[in-house]
Design a protein around this ligand. Sequence first.
Ligand SMILES: Cc1ncc(C[n+]2csc(CCOP(=O)(O)OP(=O)(O)O)c2C)c(N)n1
Ligand code: SF4
Ligand SMILES: [Mg+2]
Length: 351
Amino acid sequence: MTYLTKPKFHHPELPKNQLGYTRRDYEASTSTLCAGCGHDSISAAIIEACYELSIEPHRVAKISGIGCSSKTPDYFLGNSHGFNSVHGRMPSVLTGANLANRDLIYLGVSGDGDSASIGFGQFAHVMRRGVNMTYIVENNGVYGLTKGQFSATADRGSKSKKGVVNTDSGIDLVAIALQLGATFVARSFSGDKTQLVPLIKAAIEHRGAAFIDVISPCIAFNNHAGSTRSFDYVREHNEAVNSLDILLGRAPITVDYEPGKVIPVEQHDGKTILLRKLNDEYDPSDRLAAQNFLQRHAAKGEIVTGLLYIEADSDDLHAHINTVDAPLNTLGEKELCPGRAVLDRMNAALR
Ligand SMILES: Cc1ncc(C[n+]2csc(CCOP(=O)(O)OP(=O)(O)O)c2C)c(N)n1
Ligand code: SF4
Ligand SMILES: [Mg+2]
């Protein structure tokens, strides 16, 4: 993979987070993507979210597949663990790593080709299993890396750069994630950092499968009239249903808000997300209503963004299969081997 290292020096008075790190400590090599690619804005949003959450970089594992989007983990969190896997196989690598070491923060980064075309089966299973992760799809409707073929998320009727009309139905990964039981589902736009950064922070704090579909225009192959993933189209059709104001720690809520306008969503560990409603009709705690709302609006060509669904009292794969609290990779022979007598009893029970 090509990469350009960034100089290490920086202004001594750059702001620092609670750990004493600057934003520069969450950066990595210089991006080699096309100038103006939406994916670079998502990398910047991930850096900002991790800086604001004061995450220790060595506690993050960033895992990706293949594509321009899947290259981006090279451009953020240079001091974190990383695994650039095979096309469409990021979810199984992430699941395995998560099962082996539950103590890391898992960040899956993928593209619409990587997740909705070749990796669609893997995407489905990682969602239905409730793996504790933040799964981001950088959705541009094309295979950017291989020069702009329609991906499976491209809308029927949308036009390629050369004027070819897509005749296949597009897969809506948000609808699929909702149907398969993801406990945090959001959509955003790479051009809206104000919306995206709090969503990434909330997804990282969420326990369970957190999915964010980020519309991320490909300026080289899918930013023309007739595309439904261009900067202009998304700006004109963006229908934000809410915004996340603040992500608080365990401190009591001290901000004043008009009742009904802001919903406090308490998470499993006592942390609270404040959700500011922009659409009174929208209830992000009702999975079925969310699915209905999204389909009605998609039929009108609107792109609904915001936190679309959250299950506050969620759990994850480790809870489902009842693993021990200690990460499995820290267990020794003593804990892992039950002893001859127990094994004999188990074998006898199977005869
Ligand atoms: C098994 C396999 N099949 C096909 C390819 C070729 N290939 C590389 S990237 C890619 C599509 C990437 O599209 P997407 O995930 O949307 O990423 P983008 O480049 O648009 O960000 C394809 C088909 C590959 N690398 N490996
Ligand atoms: S080809 Fe498209 S997706 Fe790839 S770097 Fe260029 S603008 Fe981004
Ligand atoms: Mg793509």
